[in-house]
Design a protein around this ligand. Structure first.
Ligand SMILES: Cc1cc2nc3c(=O)[nH]c(=O)nc-3n(C[C@H](O)[C@H](O)[C@H](O)COP(=O)(O)OP(=O)(O)OC[C@H]3O[C@@H](n4cnc5c(N)ncnc54)[C@H](O)[C@@H]3O)c2cc1C
Length: 348
């Protein structure tokens, strides 16, 4: 089968949903494809978003609870509390609500549909779904296909450096309204977290696998400690994990008629691993740039690239450099304060 579209979006995570929504609202034709059969499932996320993103968490079933702040636990045992308001969401419902808004705006979605091949010069993509293969002629392509982007691979771009995360869903003995993070040489190149979500919590570790390939042992150890302290239950209700880009923005976010957004573009924060907000804003901006370009604004893609660099580059570059403080073999409170976003030393 052969199809044509103005904008082809690959991936329907938060970046792809936001891109499809913005482009469809601009009145151009949009096809967004997602290789999973159900958007956002399985969830690979600790499900925290900043307050400002609450505008996309209004659909029924998305919002779970508010978060007032963060407790950062240093190796000495010192606990530092910071004001860090946010929201805990059902991530699958969050992604599904964005995609639903995109269809309401006129975007066409194909689930269970995978990008297999690309001829970027001819602007042709080959898509595969259980219904068969499709050849899609597009005018612009938005790559929102995550940390291991197929589009980037097919364009011959290098792989991004990543950290790895492993996470359990456990019951909470008492409700909490603060996230808790642990910084320690047990989690080199990253940290451990407990993010409360109603009666349960996401308990995870994110680390540099080249420094410590085993994520299970430190996660199990932390879990058992919190069970003994009466914070969480013994039973593990769910397990997940995934890769988190830690290299900062790709050198080029626009390659010919392709824009790279969200994790595919390296927008995720290399220290905290937070990427939903940046995925939504880069996706939205790419969708708007696509509309402007299709309406004759020839420099719209270059403007997308420069806006994104202005907005994200310096903070991501700082994080790339400061992440080395979390990777040191011998760690102490002072070194870690320079490597973690909750401390003023991080910004000096
Ligand atoms: C364990 C873990 C915990 C995290 N916790 C948080 C958190 O609490 N808060 C936060 O802000 N961030 C968190 N992040 C990061 C956040 O999940 C990502 O930054 C965010 O998902 C990026 O969105 P995206 O749309 O760019 O990519 P993704 O959400 O990865 O979406 C990409 C989509 O593209 C699809 N796809 C890939 N290849 C193809 C293809 N060839 N054809 C069709 N479809 C394709 C995938 O199936 C996927 O659905 C966490 C990450 C992990 C791994």
């Amino acid at each position: 089968m052969r199809i044509e579209t103005d904008v082809l979006v690959i991936g329907l995570g938060p970046a792809g949903g936001a891109a499809a929504l913005a482009a469809a609202r601009g009145g151009v034709s949009v096809l967004a494809v997602e290789r999973k059969k159900a958007i956002g499932v399985p969830v690979q996320c600790a499900e925290w978003i900043p307050l400002a993103l609450g505008r996309h968490a209004q659909a029924p079933g998305v919002l779970v609870q508010a978060i007032s702040g963060m407790e950062s636990v240093l190796p000495s045992g010192v606990v530092v509390k910071t004001h860090a308001p946010g929201l805990m969401v059902n991530r699958a419902a969050f992604d599904q609500a964005l995609a639903h808004a995109a269809t309401e705006a006129g975007a066409k979605l194909e689930l269970g549909c995978t990008l297999r091949q690309l001829d970027a010069a001819q602007r042709l993509a080959w898509l595969e779904s259980p219904q068969g293969s499709m050849e899609c002629r597009y005018k612009l392509l938005i790559a929102a296909d995550g940390p291991d982007s197929s589009v980037a691979k097919l364009l011959g771009l290098p792989r991004q450096p990543v950290a790895h995360a492993r996470q359990y869903s456990v019951s909470l003995r008492q409700p909490l309204d603060e996230t808790r993070v642990w910084l320690s040489d047990q989690y080199p190149g990253g940290y451990a977290w407990l993010f409360p979500k109603g009666g349960v919590a996401n308990l995870g570790v994110g680390m540099d696998k080249s420094l410590a390939p085993d994520l299970k042992t430190p996660l199990d150890r932390l879990h058992q400690r919190l069970v003994a302290e009466g914070v969480v239950g013994q039973e593990i209700h769910g397990r997940t994990g995934g890769a988190i880009p830690v290299g900062g923005l790709r050198p080029g976010l626009t390659v010919g008629h392709v824009m790279l957004v969200g994790d595919a573009g390296g927008f995720t924060h290399p220290i905290t691993g937070a990427g939903i907000d940046a995925a939504v804003s880069s996706g939205e901006r790419a969708g708007q740039a696509a509309v402007a370009w299709l309406n004759g604004k020839g420099n719209a893609l270059l403007e997308f690239e420069s806006d994104m660099r202005d907005q994200f580059e310096s903070s991501l570059q700082r994080a790339v450099k400061r992440r080395s403080m979390l990777s040191l073999a011998a760690q102490d409170d002072l070194a870690l304060r320079k490597g973690w976003v909750a401390f003023p030393e991080y910004f000096l």
